[in-house]
Design a protein around this ligand. Structure first.
Ligand code: ZN
Length: 112
């Protein structure tokens, strides 16, 4: 005995009447792409950071420490991290010093 079950499939889905061209498909897809995030530079450590976000490298935001970055690190990692952050600050000081003194005309002519 073979019972045959007839199942009527009722679909309410919309069925496209005509094929969309490649051009039309591509026009739809031209806006589907990844955009590069807008990044600012952390004033404390100089790493790229998302704007209005705590820097995850040094844990600073708006000039104050928000996250203690060194807390979970081992001794060795701590040393490296402290060095990294301190190094960036020294570089900034150097840049400030060089930026403070604009070259005079005499100095400019000497450098040539
Ligand atoms: Zn930072």
């Amino acid at each position: 005995m073979v019972d045959v079950l007839y199942i009527e499939i009722v679909s309410n889905m919309a069925v496209p009447k005509k094929k969309h061209t490649k051009s039309r498909r591509n026009k739809r897809r031209r806006n589907i792409f990844l955009k590069a995030p807008v990044l600012t530079i952390c004033p404390k450590c100089g790493k790229p950071v998302l704007p209005h976000t705590v820097c995850f490298n040094c844990g600073y935001y708006k000039g104050g420490e928000v996250i203690d970055v060194l807390k979970k690190l081992t001794k060795k990692e701590k040393k490296l991290k402290e060095k990294e952050i301190a190094g960036k600050e020294k570089e900034e000081e150097k840049e400030e010093k060089s930026a403070k003194k604009p070259l005079s005309w005499e100095e400019l002519s000497k450098s040539r």
